[in-house]
Design a protein around this ligand. Sequence first.
Ligand code: PEP
Length: 247
Amino acid sequence: MTTPRPLIAGNWKMNGLAASLDEAIEVAGSVRPVDARVAICPPAVLIHRMSEALKGTSVLVGGQDAHWDDRGAFTGDVSAEMLADAGAQMVILGHSERRAAYRETDEIVARKVEAAVRAGLEPIVCVGETLAEREAGDTLDIVTRQVRGSLPPVLAGKPFSVAYEPVWAIGSGLTPTIDQIEEVHRAIRDTLEKMFGDHGRTIPILYGGSVKPSNAAEILHASEVGGALVGGASLKAQDFLAIIRAL
Ligand code: PEP
């Protein structure tokens, strides 16, 4: 299996109105597709407009969550099939903000991943420890358990990535040391190889948590880092482009 190009994905979270599409258009106009795959995950209501605006460019569009069922009586929810129908190619699943605020367990995340695969979306599955878990020395156990529990067998041979996002680094300006990032990414790689064999060797493992133009080069060149999931710094085209160019 060939190793995919690094993936740099922007997670806009609950930010962005129609006027913000200009930022995505600016990214798409300046990005060099040879270096990396680039995706932007806006709020669900912008997916259709963004995918239309970026048609013919190399920038992919993704959702930030999806329900585990394809349709039904789930007021307020959006299914993976609906995201794909609106033009999305990927979807972030198991983000720590959803694990914390909506009590999403590994089992729920795994069901959502199955739904994403059914819909033809490429999942970005997030894992990561809290500060208390790191301080207790449990990081590798927690992350390994999340990887095993959140990735269903249906992913075998399918395109997907895992994002290591220490919860304490998200939106905080704090980042782990490069040694800490490499230690966790190595543990994730070992787990992926055990679960998926040869395919497990090529699955991109993204780092996420306070990636910004000033630290992107160091993080993106760390061993086993196959890209980044970027929150706050993906909202402004010039910052996001600077991170992409740091590859
Ligand atoms: C995220 O929420 O996925 C994230 C990485 O956020 P930030 O870059 O703002 O820390």
